[in-house]
Ligand binder design. Sequence first.
Ligand code: NAD
Length: 495
Amino acid sequence: MDRTGADSRDQKMFVGGNWIDAIDGERLPVENPFDCSVVAYVPRARARDVDRSVAAAAAAFPGWRQVLPRERGRALIKIADAIEKEIERLARLLATETGNALRTQARPEIRGAIDIFRYFGGLGSELRGSTLPFGEDVLSYTRREPIGVVGGIIAWNAPVTLASVKIAPALCAGNTIVLKAAEDAPLTVLAIAEIAQNFLPAGVLNVLTGLGEEAGAALLNNPQVQKFSFTGSTEVGRLVLQAAAPRIVPTSLELGGKNPCIVFPDADQDAATDGAIAAMRFTRQGQSCTAGSRLFLHHSIHDAFLDKLVKKVSTIHLGNPIDEETDAGTLINAKRHTMVTSYVKEGLAQRDAKLLTGGSPPTEGPLSKGYFYKPTIIAGATNDWRIAREEVFGPVMVVIPWKDEDEVVKMANDTHYGLAAFVWGRDIAVALRTAHRLEAGWIQVNQAGGPAAGHSYGGYKQSGIGKEYSLEAMLDSYTLTKNVVVNLQGGPKYS
Ligand code: NAD
């Protein structure tokens, strides 16, 4: 079935096993942030398109829930195998639409998605209940049941990862899903759906393209959607919760972060400087919810650490995302570029602010045409600056010195976010003591990786509700537990 229109740049969306246009035929452009060219047009789904898609998912649900869990899992594993055959094509498409570098980001993201499909594909048998000890005359047992139609909404910054951690557990648990891709990066998610369609009955997976206020809001308002799973900003997360309230729709939220990265004086300086760069996600242009964008440095190592850090950051090679030598690509769009620029301007206007590197977009050569921004470090900050409190979602690190352990923990926790944190230090007792005191859902000690299949991933405070990536997350987020109690008393006694 054709998934593009007459112009190969005209993409369709995937609903009920068909590749279709929006009912009113409207389209949205998808831009390559490297050179601002339009790489594709996608359907602009509105309420009627959403309703059609939810109806398809609802129609597919009774059949899909009856498929044995291990069979559902096997379908996910086949999807993983099929994606694996197309890593290169998918990674290049992903780099083109997101501006994330092929080598450091896009390719690893596709590989991570394969892992996620395989991981959840193996968990079908774990959808089990338990029996409860209420005595010899009672059989009390629980069943895990799917919820129904899941309404998934995702951000653009890691679209394939985010799509995978919603599709794979939702489907393994026996739900069907309508996933609204982010308007800035829908193409690789559509390409994943094209692969997945070969292994799934029609209507089990549906992918919509469109704007948040239109398609996203319509999905939240559709009464047949029985579960919301949202990844995006805390602001929109609040709207999702509001939409959930009237019908008490179970809701998972993966939201923003302003994550602390705390360096103790005994930390291995080489590892910790590399680690601070990795934590800041500089090679993702800082566009990560888990970016360690507040660097808390003990005063005794402050200057030496920053010397080393700045030297290393200045070697990050910005360039065309699809070039192999490129370490870091572009910001996603003009709006984000403007926002990052204004945050930095405001930060640098603060008293004692010291720009150590970056601080502007490239102004000459080919990079000046795309949404590039130089990796930026601003020292001399305090935790109350706006740039230290709000999620910049760009390659901007603020450095805050500290002296006292209680004080640094207090500053680290003085935020409405609570997604991730990083601790660097050789004394493991101190590092773990600190990890236990930090108000965040995911703490890394002496490392700064990304979430992987099996992690208990999710935020505290206004960074979210619920978990993703793990078996427990699948059980908690995508199943309902039913308790059946049977009275075994009575009945004939055969003798
Ligand atoms: P966003 O909240 O603006 O958009 C996210 C999604 O919500 C998009 O698909 C968008 O179309 C949709 N949306 C927007 N308005 C809507 C509305 N009124 N109703 C329904 N849907 C609506 O976020 P963004 O700018 O795309 O992404 C960046 C944010 O996502 C950052 O805050 C980042 O921290 C967060 N994020 C969190 C995680 C996590 O796992 N915690 C992962 C990635 C991104």
